[in-house]
Ligand binder design. Sequence first.
Ligand SMILES: [Zn+2]
Length: 526
Amino acid sequence: MKAFIASYESKAIPLYKEAALASWNANVTGSNEDFSKSEKASFEYAKLFTDKDAFAELKEIKESGALQDPLLTRQLELLYNSFLGGQVDTALIAEQIKMETEVNKKYANFRVNINDKSLSDNEVEDILRNSTKSDELRKTWEGSKLIGPVVEADVIKLVKHRNMIAQKIGFNNYHEMSLKLSGQDPEEVTKIFDELDNLTRDNFAQLKNEIDAYFAKRYKIVVSELRPWHYQNRYFQEAPEIYTVDFDKYFENQDPVKLASAYYDGIGLNVDAILAKSDLYEKPGKNQHAFCSDLDKEGDVRTLDNIRPDSYWMNTIMHELGHGVYSYYNDRELPFTLRDAAHTFTTEAIANMFGRLATDPQWMLNMGVIDKKESEKIAENSFKALRLQMLVFSRWAQVMYRFEKSMYENPDQNLNELWWNMVEKYQMLAKPVDRNMPDWATKIHVALYPCYYHNYLLGEMLASQLYIYMTENIAKNQSFVGEKEAGNYLKEKVFIPGSRYYWNDMIEKATGEKLTAKYYAKQFVQ
Ligand SMILES: [Zn+2]
């Protein structure tokens, strides 16, 4: 195993660095040349895992059961999964990518047409958020669902193709393969989702009644007439704007980068080295979103953002630097393969925990953004807005997880019915009478970012578990401002362990319990 690792690292480390740097450059410049370099470098890195002899060697070591050393065993586990994922027939992968590109074009070219006017997704969301006319809302929502029949057959074909790929390397279906190769047991994930469902159902039903009462009044109809188009979003995946706090006004004269860097420094996680290499502001051609990337697993950690002085970018820079400190404060003594997060959702959890602080009145007060009077004034509505956002999102993520799992288990079932059963059960929305449309296919994640959505919710749950553990055992103030203990705890229990432990073992070592929905419920359920 040691010889295998030495040979693997000598090839993997330079390819990893090259791919990470090329991708960074492409996102900063947006130039075709940089994008083609990045594509080539990513391809070379991915190709490493298709090596049949290397996989056979790993398989032999694994099946011998002879490894005792925990670090070697863990590396074997992670590398085995990476190489197993690379053993799929390249012709099948090429066909999958072709199918995905085709269907992606259909999503990209689709526009909603209302009264001969073509609308972008942003315009659709604007109407759903702001219109108070039921008829306009219904037409817009129905119009947005017309992409369903356009892509339905393609998505089913893709699902079956992905299942075939999974079955060829020994899995029952693609959903099972995706989770297992990323180190998740589908049964374990389902158990956590069941637990969360049980803990949130009653409170969500109660909040849903409040939402319904609010909307019935807003649209001047009775509650029984409310339909999915009345909830200010195509999927009811975001909280309706019932409790309003204008957070933007507090940040218009602030420097989000300065605030974030002072905050992280105060908790003992200085981010100067990260910011020095980052690309923080808008530029022509540059990627308009935000991400954080570890370029060499030796301290070259960078974040790309398009910062403006508002609450969205305050949240975003706190979020991205959360990813940043997780990578930057890793243990450089660990082998390359283990210098990583325990799982993608565990780094998402750290990012979310810090991102949530941006609109936390206590944090804003302690950071000098607002005064005590203002903080008290907005405390209740801020909490209610966050709670609503969390509960609405959690119910939506239940739909996505359970629909995808069931769809990959049996793509020949009545998917339209399956989708609406999930929406009615978890989001408690009323299905429009006699609706029999492939509304599930309108969500691009189902087609193109398969079997990943549940990680967003696992990340939120872990954010709550860590946050509550820290407020009860480590820190003296709820936003950790100025408390080095908070940063030290995260370094010691989460960042330095890297991926040396299975994610649920890391969580247990850090909080005394395996991942549980209890703390998400404690934080957001009354
Ligand atoms: Zn993130």
